[in-house]
Design a protein around this ligand. Structure first.
Ligand SMILES: [Zn+2]
Length: 166
């Protein structure tokens, strides 16, 4: 993920100018497109609010390093942060490519709606287990609690008791 996406500053793109296709006013780079572009600022702010992730980092590599340390622990909030961040990256990059290769533009609100839809779809796959933290976060995000897998059932001790009594 470290600066591997081929932005216009990192390789020759034939006839494409080295201008961000989202704002059309700055040279495109990872730092710009994901962190500093006026088009993605609304989206990025939304993701930061949802993830309670408040940082003023404006450098992509620094951000990835920061996330890889801060979000390393396997916890419900970190899992949701990773889902949000991945959806944000995916749809920002998709919008960028649609503008370059298909000459189609969507608004920030439409891209944000796609991100939210993807987050919900991923959560509906059921890899989030029902627990108080998951319920609290889903409620704050106005997402259905049905996104959660039921909590694990306590071990069935009936057979053990029967065997012990035999
Ligand atoms: Zn831009």
């Amino acid at each position: 993920m470290l600066a591997r996406l081929p932005t216009l500053d990192s390789r020759s793109m034939g006839n494409h100018p080295n201008i961000c296709p989202l704002c059309m006013s700055h040279p495109e780079s990872h730092d710009h497109i994901f962190l500093n572009c006026c088009f993605t600022s609304l989206i990025w702010r939304f993701i930061k609010d949802r993830c309670q992730f408040y940082t003023s980092i404006t450098n992509w590599e620094e951000l990835i390093q920061y996330i890889s340390v801060r979000w390393k622990a396997k916890s419900v909030p970190n899992l949701l942060r990773k889902v949000c961040f991945s959806a944000m990256m995916y749809h920002t990059w998709e919008e960028r490519n649609k503008r370059i290769f298909k000459k189609k533009k969507s608004s920030q609100k439409v891209v944000l709606a796609r991100i939210c839809s993807t987050i919900t779809t991923i959560l509906m796959l059921g890899f989030l287990q029902d627990c108080s933290t998951a319920r609290k976060i889903l409620s704050e995000w106005n997402l259905s609690l049905s996104c959660c897998r039921p909590p694990p059932r306590p071990p069935d001790t009936t057979n053990r008791r029967l065997n012990a009594g035999a």
